[in-house]
Design a protein around this ligand. Structure first.
Ligand SMILES: Nc1ncnc2c1ncn2[C@@H]1O[C@H](COP(=O)(O)OP(=O)(O)OP(=O)(O)O)[C@@H](O)[C@H]1O
Length: 249
């Protein structure tokens, strides 16, 4: 079996005294599309914030590409974070900058490439998400689905080993949402990026996820792990079967 690119070991998350996640462990393998799901308020965003280094574990560890981001030195921490890309829910584009300038931003910040090389890279990244002819548009001039695509292009700017996507379908109609799923599948297939996705959308989960974990608010732990198509009918946990079969609890 391939070495995991992410290893979460006995991880605990707290805000002050409030424990949100209690002692979970899981691995994500290179090239996988891995989905984190669960009911509202169970800690999905909290887990994501820790995985991308915005919060430190209360206890336990998170290894990204072999480095424990909760306890490594600052240089290792920053070098490790350069291996990841993040697509935030809103797309997080800078409104006063064109799509091209938005995508160029991380490349200019983290490399010493000359401007024409950056411009070529920007065109390539926008092309990968189907926005080749929108380089000079401002975020306000494009649709919600296109904003997500542009956010994806920016997240891919530094050729990340791992891409984290926070609810990529949120706020999109079903057709646009299916297009984003298709793009995720294509990018994963073509460039082999490991994808970790937080989503509630059942259609997306069944389309893109190779493996999922489901977090649970009451136990603060993982109540299901594996292939969603199998969990749908064969999970031991009644809530898990209800979730996948869209039955009210
Ligand atoms: N910065 C914070 N300070 C204190 N409590 C927080 C903070 N962020 C989240 N929480 C609490 O942690 C719990 C988990 O929240 P989180 O946003 O991680 O859940 P979620 O599964 O992503 O929810 P949703 O699907 O509704 O977005 C909630 O009870 C929330 O109120």
């Amino acid at each position: 079996m391939e070495q995991p690119i992410i290893q979460v070991k006995n991880f605990v998350a707290q805000y002050g005294d409030a424990r949100i996640i209690d002692n979970i462990s899981f691995d994500v393998y290179k090239g996988e599309i891995f989905v984190i799901l669960g009911g509202s308020g169970c800690g999905k965003s909290t887990l994501l914030r820790h995985l991308i280094g915005l919060n430190k574990p209360f206890s336990g560890s998170i290894f990204i590409d072999g480095n424990d981001i909760g306890s490594c030195d600052d240089v290792t921490f920053h070098n490790t974070l350069r291996k990841i890309g993040v697509l935030f829910q809103s797309g997080a584009l800078i409104g006063s900058m064109t799509l091209g300038e938005n995508v160029a931003l991380p490349i200019a910040e983290y490399s010493d490439l000359p401007p024409d090389a950056i411009a070529n890279l920007v065109r390539m990244k926008l092309g990968m998400v189907g926005l080749a002819s929108y380089e000079h548009h401002l975020p306000a001039q494009i649709s919600g689905g296109m904003k997500k695509r542009a956010g994806l292009a920016r997240a891919l700017a530094l050729n990340p080993k791992i891409l984290f996507l926070d609810e990529p379908s949120a706020g999109l109609d079903p057709v646009t949402s299916a297009e984003i799923d298709e793009l995720i599948l294509q990018l994963n297939k073509i460039i082999g990026t490991t994808m970790v996705i937080v989503t509630h959308e059942l259609a997306s989960i069944f389309t893109v996820a190779q493996r999922v974990i489901m977090l649970d608010k009451s136990t603060k732990g993982i109540i299901a792990e594996g292939d969603p198509k199998k969990l749908k009918d064969h999970s031991d946990h009644p809530f898990v079967r209800k979730f996948f079969n869209r039955i009210s609890v």
